[in-house]
Design a protein around this ligand. Structure first.
Ligand SMILES: Nc1nc2c(ncn2[C@@H]2O[C@H](COP(=O)(O)OP(=O)(O)OP(=O)(O)O)[C@@H](O)[C@H]2O)c(=O)[nH]1
Length: 343
């Protein structure tokens, strides 16, 4: 039986909880377990519901020999959806840890369920020569620490009302988004393929909604507005609540023409939506393409100028900074920090 050293266990907890991003946490969890319990293979899966099926995504596979890579020979044994694997399916339905003997008699596979908001959200699977209860208790405990800590990180990154990423996360991520964009542009032969578009989306006359219907209805409008955003934009676009009734979207890999078409589709979706009690509202949008030499403050300043123009010239429209410059409707002067409404 494995002997556990208390200071080693505590060091592992400290290491795990010193990380801030999900993928590093996932890798650290698996590596920690590898160091603590004898296992021939440890895998972490996430479940995503697609086209009515519970699809599986392998987040991390770490068997010490292959340093996190799935060996070619083993790829065929990785199920694509939960129902492909009866044991995973049983664990999914019961929500209980499951131990099964390998078909070839080589050992056991222990499946630990990962609880999410709407049921089982993933699995940790541990393959080893034999079932050792104490080892699996350690695995389950570390899985709980990982889940609790991940929840804390998620809470601190998201806006409580709308569930979108919050302003703090925007400030932290915008530098990384722009650095990744710069690196991508340098790699891409055709720069257009790597263009990104940032837009500020602002509800028109939102103060009137609050004044006329009260803050509770105002809050509901914000929540439903965020849901329209989530439905309209792609999963890998990043959505933020930037301020009170101001939202930001970073559209990945689109040129300005495509970005404007997507934003126009969003504007129309808002215009057509019937908000309970409040009825119809509209939104104005200021957009800009992210170019290599720009600083985050410049990008936000330019999108804000386009938004300001949209507001001043009738609202309920999408305006792009570059187009306004070309048409001579903006001077290209970047407003000082004090002109940008910061939340
Ligand atoms: N209900 C609710 N209201 C908020 C929240 N955050 C900010 N607000 C309100 O949003 C309103 C924003 O008002 P303004 O900045 O004047 O903008 P507006 O009325 O939308 O006018 P335009 O943007 O010019 O079309 C203010 O009344 C804020 O109190 C929130 O979390 N919930």
């Amino acid at each position: 039986m494995t002997k556990y050293n208390t200071s080693h266990l505590l060091e592992s907890v400290v290491r795990l909880t010193s990380l801030r991003d999900q993928h590093s946490l996932e890798i650290c969890l698996i590596k920690t377990l590898q160091g603590l319990i004898p296992a021939s293979q440890i895998m972490l899966f996430e479940i995503s519901g697609e086209s009515g099926k519970q699809m599986l995504r392998l987040l991390v596979d770490a068997d010490s020999a292959h340093r996190g890579r799935v060996p070619e020979a083993e790829k065929h044994i990785i199920p694509r959806c939960v129902e492909d694997d009866p044991d995973l399916m049983q664990c999914f339905t019961t929500g209980q840890q499951l131990v099964s003997t390998e078909d070839d008699g080589s050992g056991v596979r222990v499946i630990h369920p990962i609880a999410g908001v709407n049921g089982i959200a993933g699995f940790l699977t541990v393959r080893s020569g034999a079932f050792v209860e104490k080892d699996q208790e350690v695995a389950a405990s570390f899985l709980h620490i990982y889940q609790n800590y991940l929840q804390l990180i998620n809470d601190s990154e998201h806006d409580t009302l709308t569930g979108l990423l919050n302003r703090k996360t925007f400030d932290e991520r915008i530098m990384a988004i722009m650095a990744a964009h710069r690196a991508g542009q340098r790699r891409a032969a055709d720069n257009k393929a790597m263009q990104c578009c940032l837009a500020i989306l602002d509800i028109d006359h939102f103060k009137k909604v609050n004044d006329q219907f009260g803050h509770l209805y105002g809050d509901e409008v914000l929540l439903l507005f965020a849901q329209i955003m989530s439905r309209t934009f792609r999963d890998d676009d990043q959505l933020f609540r930037y301020g009170g009734e101001e939202f930001v979207v970073v559209l990945k890999e689109v040129d300005l023409t495509t970005g404007l078409a997507v934003l126009e589709r969003f504007r129309k979706a808002v215009e057509a939506y019937h908000f309970p009690q409040v009825g119809n509202i509209t939104a104005s949008v200021g957009a800009v393409t992210i170019s290599e030499q720009d600083l985050p403050t410049t990008i936000i300043g330019q999108a804000d100028q386009a938004l300001y123009y949209a507001k001043e010239n009738g609202r309920n429209q999408v305006c792009a900074y570059e187009r306004l410059l070309q048409e001579g409707k903006l001077t290209g002067m970047v407003p000082s920090q004090g002109d940008i409404e910061l939340f």
